[in-house]
Design a protein. Structure first.
Length: 641
């Protein structure tokens, strides 16, 4: 089965959670079906879902007999243990020949190359493909189709498709997320359940209140987005050049999925048959009456703002099957002496024989912090690509001034996490002129690596590359990175296994308040269009800082110069008590995320870490060396095994 419009193939891609559901969905009005196998995919939370090896084999046979396609999701991040399991699984998949694998972890690409496999590969939405350079880079690595980032509008998709010639896949219906793909670490830091490893506990669906400037705002579920609904906009999707129209719903029941797929399939066929006389709304009422959440077109036609927020039905974070909530508001775990001892024991098992004194890097937010870091002689100073307001981005002259005074400190220029074509043009111009007095770049996406590797600046991979195993680290090293930041989601055992096995110099964020969520969605809009319902000061931050409040704590949110929102830890990340063990693991660089600190607070933090790195303090004094600035200290994902 195939659909064509003006000679271009169009694919309606449907999900299936079980073999029973697959058998009916594949016979509905779709062109292809995607599902997960027994391991290594993003839907590992629900018992009885995903297909066995025998079911995968049979599903592919059935689909191909109907002239339809099958895509298998191998789309979570791999631990070191998963890498070994993946070898056997990929051999099986290469043998049974699905039409493609949908992948997130760069380790899959490395395994396919090293094992000589030929199964086609599609880049998952969790790769967060959002610019032309990323598409070019992925094609060079063997990828034949890219699922676009959730925040991509149709005009951008049209441009990228035309310029690259790559097949693009676009979500048209179902559950979406308020956070940029693979940039949500909330679940892993609070529950030890990684959203990038198929185990998200949906903290975005909690009932929060927003506070700012001493006022409380009536914002139920401010992170809970509506379901995507593009049924009435199939002509615009086709005109944009999208190849595959993807429906979300691997956890949905059979009757619902068949109804949904048949409605979209019927609409596509009617449009292809008679585009001028096409009726957009034939099944609109049917779909609306059977909705799981309210509907939105999300980012397809621009930033949706508060109109994208869902306040009813499953928007409140309930499991599809049972009606129970995924999770309830939960505080970040407090750093404890017992946990510190457990980490010390585990890390001691993986100590490297050759050890070097690690460097200390500090990422700042303004010139005052930068000047202090230089005064204290930190090894590396990071200037961010995204600066929290009310501070402004570092100017070219400020970079030059810092370069002239940096002494032995290395100066690195960062980039935005999400880089549009405009961002590339701006950085192209800045970096292609007279050489800046910087020692390297902090790169945040695969496209930036490809674009700037020929500029002559060493490149460090930032944390949001989500490097979770030595194979993906090796691939990035081969692309030109000189150092990589360890995934912020690693639990105790995963961290120890990876760091001890990876040969590339590694950096670890050891202190501060890193972002748990990075989003296009602007939470500040709630305070600008709604009337407050009460008054209350913030507990741990200035009143002019927006916070998301539950009965378990407050998470500060900062807006950068591009209007993007960064939701931070409520507590401070603090690895100071295990610095000696991290040194023993061979970590090359410790990073302090200093954007939210005052100068005196930052001075204390830098000084304590310098003392610990130099080994001029006792282990006992490390535990109580610092007093928390925020709601206490946490070990983040290292709190979990």
């Amino acid at each position: 089965m195939a659909r064509f419009f003006n000679g271009k193939e169009i694919e309606l891609l449907a999900p299936a959670g079980t073999f029973e559901i697959f058998e009916d969905v594949i016979r509905s009005r779709c062109d292809a079906v995607y599902f997960g196998g027994p391991v290594l995919n993003m839907r590992m939370m629900r018992k009885g879902y995903n297909l066995s090896h025998d079911e995968i084999r049979e599903a592919i046979k059935i689909a191909h007999s109907l002239d339809k396609k099958v895509y298998v999701t191998v789309n979570n991040l791999f631990s070191e243990e998963d890498v070994e399991e993946a070898r056997a699984y990929l051999l099986f998949l290469d043998e049974v020949r699905p039409d493609a694998l949908i992948v997130q972890d760069m380790a899959v690409l490395e395994l396919i190359r090293s094992m000589g496999l030929t199964v086609p590969v599609h880049a998952s939405v969790m790769m967060n493909v959002h610019n032309l350079e990323m598409i070019h880079a992925l094609r060079e690595l063997g990828v034949t189709r890219c699922v676009t980032s959730r925040e991509m509008d149709l005009q951008t998709a049209k441009l990228l498709g035309q310029e690259s010639g790559m097949e693009l896949e676009y979500f048209i219906h179902g559950d979406m997320c308020s956070v940029h793909g693979a940039n949500c670490y909330f679940s892993s830091q609070v529950f030890g359940m990684s959203s990038n490893r198929g185990k998200c506990m949906k903290p975005c669906r909690w009932d929060y209140r927003i506070k700012k400037d001493g006022f409380i705002y009536p914002t139920e579920y401010p992170l809970a987005v509506k379901d995507m609904f593009m049924y009435e906009h199939l002509p615009e999707l086709i005109e944009s050049g999208i190849t595959s129209f993807k429906i979300e719903g691997r956890m949905r029941d059979k009757e619902f999925m068949v109804m949904l797929v048949n409605s979209y399939g019927d609409a596509l066929d009617r449009y292809i048959d008679d585009p001028v006389g096409f009726d957009r709304s034939v099944d609109t009422k049917l779909l609306f009456d059977n909705r799981k959440r309210d509907f939105s077109t999300a980012y397809a036609f621009g930033k949706p703002g508060l109109s994208n927020i869902n306040r009813r039905y499953e928007g409140t974070g309930k499991f599809y099957s049972t009606g129970k909530v995924f999770s309830t508001p939960t505080a970040e775990r407090e750093l404890s002496e017992k946990r510190v001892e457990q980490l010390r024991e585990r890390f001691a098992e993986s100590q490297k024989t050759q050890q070097h004194k690690p460097e200390l890097a500090v990422r700042v937010n303004n010139m005052e912090q930068a000047n202090l870091a230089l005064e204290l002689g930190v090894d590396s100073l990071y200037l961010p690509g995204e600066v929290f307001q009310p501070d402004r981005p570092f100017t070219k002259q400020e970079i030059i001034d810092l370069g002239a005074r940096k002494g032995q400190t290395k100066l690195y220029l960062g980039m935005p996490r999400m880089m549009t074509e405009l961002h590339f043009a701006q950085y192209d111009h800045l970096l292609s002129g007279p050489r800046l007095p910087i020692d390297g770049l902090i790169v945040t996406n695969l496209g930036a690596i490809r674009r700037f590797k020929g500029m002559g600046y060493p490149m460090i991979g930032d944390a949001n590359l989500n490097v979770y195993n030595h194979l993906s680290a090796a691939l990035y090293s081969g692309l030109g990175l000189s150092q990589l930041t360890v995934s912020p989601e690693m639990t105790k055992d995963h961290f120890a296994s990876f760091v001890s096995r990876c040969d590339l110099p590694l950096e670890v964020v050891v202190h501060g308040t890193p972002a748990l969520m990075y989003m296009e969605h602007d939470l500040f809009e709630n305070t600008e269009v709604m009337e407050p319902i009460g008054e209350e000061d913030n507990f741990y931050t200035r009143n002019d800082v927006l916070v998301l409040k539950t009965d378990k704590g407050e998470n500060p949110v900062y807006r950068d110069q591009y209007g993007r929102n960064h939701l931070l830890f409520a507590k401070e990340l603090c690895y100071l008590p295990v610095i000696e063990e991290l040194k023993g693991l061979g970590v090359a660089c410790f990073r302090i995320e200093a954007a939210t600190y005052g100068l005196e607070e930052l001075r204390r933090v830098i000084t304590e870490y310098q003392t610990a790195i130099n080994g001029t303090t006792t282990r006992e004094s490390l535990v109580g060396a610092l007093q928390p600035v925020y709601a206490g200290f946490t070990l983040g994902s290292l709190q979990f095994d």
